[in-house]
Write a protein that binds this ligand. Structure first.
Ligand SMILES: *[C@@H]1O[C@H](CO)[C@@H](O)[C@H](O)[C@H]1NC(C)=O
Ligand SMILES: *[C@@H]1O[C@H](CO)[C@@H](O)[C@H](O)[C@H]1NC(C)=O
Ligand SMILES: *[C@@H]1O[C@H](CO)[C@@H](O)[C@H](O)[C@H]1NC(C)=O
Length: 862
C-alpha cells in the first residue's frame, strides 16, 4: 500500500492542483456529534395522527420527551407502488425551509399515488396497512415496525438513536436515524465507494461517506466519499431481502452493523428534511425495482453508446482526433466514439473551440460522421472569469452564479484559472444553459456531452476538500451544505433538456462524474480518475455492480486506468474485462504516453481486437437489456446473488457479472494467473457453457478452477438460454445495423431454451411510438419459434436471422426445415462432434412476421 501511494504521488506531479486536500473523517464533521452524543427521545403523539383527505397521507406530531428538541411534523404514507415513505420536518419552518431533494424522484414524487390505508389504533400503537403491507407505529419511544404478509422485516428507530437538530444559529441542523433489517446476511448499495459489493461493518471504522468529491487516485477498499452519492441500501438474505432509500442531498454518513441475520444501519445527514423510503422486497430484484419506481429508469440509450469509446486527456488538435479514427480503421479495430477533453476549448472556456487547434469544428464533426462515428465533448460547470467571455458576461449580468457567504459571485480556481460556478439549482439558469447546446457546434445530433468536475471541483480549497465552501449560497438562499451532493445532477438536467431541443432530435448521451439518486434518467457515469493498477481494475466490478443495484446500470471504468502507465498484461486484461461492463471507454491522463491499441505489437493488438469484437458481437444483448431496464427497472448487470440468493457462497462474488440472467462473465482480473477461480451458480442441474473454451460445459455447483492464458476471457452461456449476436466484424456499430443475427441456442436437459431480442432504429425516439420489434425466441420440442411480445409494434427494417448455433442439440438431426409465412424450405446443418454443437447456416428469417425452424431427428433417437 505504501509503495503504491508513492507511485501515485509521482504520477500526479504533472497534474498537481497545488495544495493536496485532506479528506475529512467522521470526527471532522457533524458525524462525530451524531455518532457520539446522547439523543433526544421523541414520542409519537398518537392522538394527533390523522389521514389527510386530499393526499391519503397519515400526518401527526412528534413531541420531544427529554433534552432540548423542537416539535416535529411526521408524515407516513404507503405508496401504491408498495413502498413506505416516512417524512419528518420541523413544524415551524425556517427560511428557506429545510431542503427536500425531491427532484431525484420521478416527477418530483408528485406522480406517486398514496394508497388509502386502513388504520387501527390501540392504546400505545397505531397500525397502518394496505394490501399485504403494514406499519405499526409505537408511541414511546417512537418506533416503526414494517411487515410484509405479517412478516416483520424492518424496524425504524429500534435503538432510539433518532436525531433532529434545529439550531440554525450554529448550523446544527443534522438528522440521524437507525434502521434495522431482519433476516439479512449482507448489506449492499450506498454508492459511490471504492469498496466491495458487500458493505463492511463500520462500527469500529469510518462510516461510509457521501460527499461528492474530485478525488483522483482514490483509495481502494475504502469507505471514503467519491464522486457520487446514492442513498439506497439493500439488506440481503437467503430468505428475505429488503431495502431503504435515504433521500438527502447534504453530506451524509452511514454506519453499518453486520449482525447475525440482521443488518443495522445508522443514517446521518448534515441538514435537510428526513425522507426515508422503506422497500419491502421480498427479494433483491423486488427491492431494486422498487427503488427504480421511486427514482426512475434510464431511457434507452442509442445503440452506438454501447460500442467502444476512445478518449484522452486530451487530443490536442482536430487532425489528431481524425487520425486516431483512421488508425483504428487501418488496424480493423472497431470504434464508435471519439472524445474531447478540456483542451479543445479556447482557454477552457466551455462552448468555445480553440481557434487554431480546433479551427473548424464542423469539419471535425463531418469527418467523424461520414464514417458513422460520433463525438463527445466535455462541458464542465466552472466558468472562466473573463469579461470578454460571453457566458461569463451573461452569468454575471443575470446573477446566474453561486454566491459566496457575503453575497458576491463565488470565485475559485479550476481548469481555466479563476472561475465562477453556474447555479444549476435555479430553473432559469438551467434554461439558459440548456440553450447553449443549440449553438456553438453542439447543435449537431451526433455531438454528445460529458459533464465533468461537477461535484463541483474547486482547486486550492484544501479546507473545503477541493470543493465549494459549505456556506456558499444557491437559489432560494439554500446553503451549499444543503445541496452539495445534488449539484452535478442538476447540471445534467440542463444538458439533457438542451440536447432534447436540438433540431434533429435523437436520444442524448451524457456522461457525468458527479451523481445523485435518479441520475440514471439523465446520464451515464464512470468510476472517475482511477489508476493503471490491478486493484483499480478489480474494484471496478463491485463499483459498477453496486451502481447497477442503485439504478445506474450505465457504468464503466476508464479502460487501462486513467493515470499511470499500465504494463502490457494489465492493458490487455483491462480491455478484455472492460468489454463486460456497460460503459466501455479507453481514457488516459495528460502526463502518460499515448496508448491507443494500434500502438501496441501484433499479439497485444490482436487480443484487444478479439475483446472489442466480443463486445460488438454481443451488442444485441446489451441493447435488449437496456430496453428491458427502461421498461422494468431490472439492472443490466447483476451480481450472481441477484438471481441465486439461496447460495450463501455467492453473497460476496463481485468479480463476475451476470449480463441479464443468461450470460456470466468472469474475466481475468489478476496478474500472472494460470488458473482463474470462477463461481458458477444454480446447482448441479445448471450447466454453464464457456464460450471461451468452445462451449465446454461446467456445472453450476460453485467454485471451479479454470486453466487460463493471456487469450482467455471466461464467459458462460447458461443452459436453457438463447443469445442473439451479430458476429460479422465491422468498423463501427452503425455498420452492423443490417447484419444478420446468429442465434446461440443453448439447450437444457429438457431440450428447451429461451431468450429475448429487442431491435429498433438505434437512434430516434420512434420506439416510443411502437416502432420496434421485441420478440421472445423459444426453442421447444425440436422447434424454434419467434413470438412478438408487444402487440401493435413493428420495425420492418430489423435485420434477419441467418445462422443458428445449437449447443447440446438433439441427437441425430436429419432434417432442418424453416416455415415462414406458410412457405417451408429445407435448411443445411452441420454437426460438430467434438463440442456437441449443431450449426444451421445461411438462411434468412425475418423477425417481423415470426417464423419456425423445426429439427427432425432419426426415429430411433426421437
Ligand atoms: C466574496 O467575494 C468577494 C468578491 O470577490 C470578496 O471580496 C469577499 O471577501 C468574498 N467573501 C468570502 C466570504 O469569501
Ligand atoms: C462440481 O461438479 C464437478 C463435476 O461433477 C465436480 O468435479 C466438482 O468437484 C464439483 N464441484 C463442487 C464445488 O462441488
Ligand atoms: C448462402 O445462400 C445463398 C442463397 O441461398 C447462396 O447464394 C450462397 O451461395 C450461400 N452461401 C454459402 C456460403 O453457402
Amino acid at each position: 500500500m505504501k509503495l503504491k501511494l508513492v507511485l501515485l504521488i509521482t504520477f500526479f506531479v504533472g497534474v498537481s492542483y497545488g495544495n493536496d486536500p485532506r479528506w475529512n473523517d467522521c470526527k471532522d464533521t457533524f458525524c462525530n456529534r451524531l455518532r457520539g452524543s446522547p439523543k433526544v427521545s421523541y414520542s409519537v403523539d398518537l392522538a394527533s395522527l390523522k389521514i389527510e383527505e386530499q393526499t391519503n397521507k397519515l400526518v401527526g406530531s412528534l413531541n420531544p420527551k427529554s433534552g432540548n428538541g423542537a416539535k416535529l411534523a411526521l408524515t407516513v404514507s404507503l405508496l401504491e407502488e408498495e413502498i413506505f415513505h416516512i417524512s419528518i420536518d420541523q413544524e415551524e419552518h425556517s427560511t428557506p425551509p429545510r431542503y427536500r431533494a425531491h427532484d431525484a424522484l420521478v416527477e418530483n414524487g408528485e406522480a406517486f399515488n398514496t394508497a388509502k390505508p386502513s388504520i387501527s389504533k390501540s392504546h400505545a400503537t397505531v397500525d397502518v396497512s394496505y394490501k399485504n403491507l403494514k406499519v405499526t407505529i409505537y408511541e414511546y419511544p417512537m418506533k416503526f415496525e414494517f411487515y410484509n404478509n405479517n412478516r416483520l422485516f424492518s424496524v425504524v428507530n429500534p435503538n432510539n438513536r433518532f436525531v433532529f437538530e434545529t439550531d440554525n444559529q450554529n448550523n446544527e441542523v443534522a438528522i440521524g436515524l437507525d434502521v434495522s433489517f431482519k433476516d439479512a446476511q449482507r448489506a449492499y448499495g450506498l454508492p459511490e465507494h471504492a469498496d466491495h459489493l458487500a458493505l463492511r461493518d463500520t462500527v469500529k471504522e469510518e462510516p461510509y461517506r457521501h460527499f461528492n468529491l474530485d478525488y483522483g487516485g482514490y483509495e481502494i477498499e475504502s469507505t471514503q466519499a467519491l464522486y457520487g452519492s446514492i442513498g439506497v441500501l439493500y439488506a440481503h438474505g437467503n430468505e428475505y431481502s429488503s431495502g431503504a432509500f435515504w433521500l438527502n442531498a447534504a453530506q451524509s454518513w452511514f454506519d453499518i452493523t453486520n449482525g447475525p441475520n440482521q443488518i443495522d444501519a445508522y443514517f446521518m445527514s448534515e441538514s435537510g428534511v428526513l425522507d426515508l423510503f422503506i422497500l419491502p422486497g421480498p427479494t433483491l430484484p423486488h427491492a431494486a425495482k422498487q427503488y427504480t419506481k421511486l427514482t426512475g429508469t434510464a431511457p434507452l440509450p442509442q445503440y452506438f453508446t454501447l460500442g467502444y469509446h476512445q478518449s484522452r486527456y486530451s487530443y490536442m488538435t482536430q487532425d489528431e482526433v481524425v487520425e486516431v479514427v483512421t488508425k483504428f480503421d487501418e488496424n480493423s479495430l472497431p470504434i464508435d466514439v471519439m472524445w474531447l477533453d478540456i483542451d479543445y476549448t479556447e482557454e477552457k472556456k466551455y462552448f468555445t473551440w480553440d481557434p487554431e487547434r480546433f479551427s473548424d469544428p464542423e469539419k471535425l464533426i463531418s469527418d467523424l460522421t461520414k464514417t458513422n462515428r460520433k463525438l463527445v465533448a466535455i462541458i464542465d460547470p466552472h466558468i472562466k472569469v473573463d469579461d470578454t467571455y460571453f457566458l461569463h458576461q451573461t452569468a454575471t449580468k443575470e446573477h446566474y452564479y453561486i454566491r459566496n457567504s457575503t453575497g458576491a459571485d463565488f470565485q475559485g480556481e479550476c481548469w481555466p484559472g479563476l472561475s465562477s460556478y453556474l447555479d444549476f439549482l435555479n430553473p432559469k439558469v438551467r434554461e439558459y444553459y440548456s440553450q447553449l447546446y443549440l449553438d456553438h457546434h453542439f447543435q449537431n445530433k451526433d455531438v454528445h456531452v460529458w459533464n465533468d468536475m461537477n461535484e463541483p471541483a474547486v482547486f486550492k480549497q484544501p479546507n473545503d476538500e477541493h470543493t465549494m465552501p459549505l456556506d456558499a449560497i444557491h437559489y432560494l438562499g439554500y446553503k451549499h451544505r444543503d445541496v452539495h451532493n445534488i449539484y452535478g445532477f442538476y447540471q445534467t438536467i440542463g444538458t439533457r433538456t438542451g440536447m432534447l431541443q436540438r433540431k434533429d432530435k435523437v436520444r442524448p448521451f451524457i456522461l457525468t462524474r458527479s451523481h445523485f439518486a435518479g441520475i440514471q434518467r439523465y446520464a451515464a457515469i464512470w468510476t472517475g480518475d482511477n489508476s493503471a493498477t490491478w486493484d483499480y481494475l478489480k474494484i471496478s466490478f463491485p463499483m459498477c455492480l453496486t451502481e447497477a443495484l442503485a439504478g445506474v446500470s450505465f457504468c464503466g471504468a476508464d479502460v487501462a486506468g486513467f493515470s499511470g502507465i499500465p504494463d502490457d498484461e494489465l492493458y490487455q486484461r483491462w480491455y478484455q474485462a472492460g468489454a463486460w461492463l456497460p460503459f466501455y471507454r479507453g481514457h488516459s491522463a495528460i502526463d502518460v504516453p499515448r496508448r491507443e491499441p494500434y500502438l501496441y505489437g501484433e499479439d497485444i493488438k490482436q487480443r484487444v481486437l478479439v475483446a472489442l469484437r466480443q463486445r460488438y458481437a454481443h451488442l444485441p444483448v446489451w441493447y435488449t437489456l437496456f430496453f428491458e431496464h427502461e421498461q422494468t427497472g431490472e439492472p443490466v448487470i447483476r451480481p450472481i446473488t441477484y438471481h441465486y440468493p439461496k447460495e450463501s457462497d455467492a453473497f460476496d462474488i463481485e468479480n463476475e457479472v451476470l449480463l441479464g440472467s443468461n450470460i456470466l462473465a468472469a474475466p481475468v482480473l489478476e496478474r500472472g494467473v494460470l488458473q482463474n477461480r470462477v463461481y458458477l451458480p444454480g446447482g448441479n442441474e445448471e450447466i454453464w457453457y464457456n464460450i471461451d473454451e468452445n462451449f465446454k460445459p461446467y456445472r453450476g455447483n460453485g467454485s471451479h478452477l479454470l486453466t487460463v492464458n493471456m487469450d482467455s476471457v471466461p464467459v458462460f452461456y447458461k443452459s436453457g438460454s438463447i443469445i442473439p449476436r451479430k458476429d460479422t466484424p465491422r468498423a463501427v456499430s452503425a455498420d452492423t445495423h443490417q447484419d444478420p443475427y446468429t442465434l446461440y441456442i443453448v439447450l437444457n436437459a429438457e431440450g428447451r431454451a429461451e431468450g429475448k431480442l429487442y431491435v429498433d432504429d438505434g437512434e430516434s425516439f420512434s420506439y416510443q411510438q411502437k416502432k420496434f420489434n421485441y420478440v421472445n425466441l423459444v426453442f421447444e420440442k425440436d422447434t424454434l419459434t419467434v413470438l412478438n411480445l408487444v402487440d401493435g409494434t413493428s420495425y420492418p427494417d430489423a435485420a434477419p436471422i441467418k445462422n443458428l448455433v445449437i449447443v447440446n442439440p438433439p441427437l441425430a438431426v436429419t432434417r432442418v426445415q424453416k416455415t415462414e409465412e406458410s412457405s417451408t424450405i429445407e435448411l443445411n446443418s452441420v454437426y460438430s462432434e467434438n463440442n456437441n454443437v449443431l450449426f444451421v447456416n445461411n438462411f434468412t428469417a425475418k423477425l417481423q412476421n415470426g417464423f419456425k425452424i423445426k429439427l427432425t431427428t432419426t426415429p430411433s433417437s426421437a
